[in-house]
Design a protein around this ligand. Sequence first.
Ligand code: DHB
Ligand code: FE
Length: 288
Amino acid sequence: MARITASVYTSHVPAIGAALDLGKSNEPYWQPVFKGYEYSKRWLLDNPPDVIFLVYNDHATAFSLEMIPTFAIGTAASYQPADEGWGPRPVPTVIGQPELAAHIAQSVIQQDFDLTIVNKMDVDHGLTVPLSLMCGQPTVDNPAWPCPVIPFAVNVVQYPVPSGQRCFRLGQAIRRAVESFDQDLKVQIWGTGGMSHQLQGQRAGLINREFDNAFLDRLIADPAGLAELPHIDYVREAGSEGIELVMWLIARGAMADVAGGPAPAVKHRFYHVPASNTAVGHLILENN
Ligand code: DHB
Ligand code: FE
């Protein structure tokens, strides 16, 4: 059977992708950001998944105000990096896992979550920057991402957005779906976006270190309690774009302890301000 081996949490920022693609990662501004992912890249090489289930948000790239799915699962064979205005990032095509994605769609919809099935879409920095941070830049010897990816897009851009509670329960349903797939696959689930940031309005530039670190503490030790945080508290405390953090609860809900298993091992924790307009947070939790 397939199983969830670990969850990874990381912020995304388009400027991180640009810093990598333009060879700026050793500049003093960026060095401390990328240093926080050195352990993570080694960890991923030592713990290779067969599939990454990547929870992220699209930024009006694949979807627009014309169509706004709350939860969308990618069932395609491949996904192209999107052109977000400066041309597509020079990173590999994302290879999908249609068989497992279709199984998860079937199982999760039967568990009463409404998913939109997406057979064709481009993927923006919300998906490619976490991959870059964890896998490093592609090289001539290593031109591809390390494994297939199932993109899972969550609407945190246009109100109304899903609650943390719903995201946490969805993660539990995804876990059950993965565990009922009849192939021996190691699946990692990644929750991305956040941490505190606001890109617009009077409070543009808002960062809240205290909130972010309490969020990391509770995500590790009290995810069910954290899931009760109402969405207005994210916006008030973590800024209008801080609401991206609800996506971390999907990944956390899929971990074994939430279903009565042992607590996960905290393999890595990192926090840094600033990266562009965002606080960067990162966690790796392994199922024991
Ligand atoms: C920034 C952060 C984001 O999450 C995003 O989607 C776009 C920009 C930023 O910090 O600049
Ligand atoms: Fe974003």
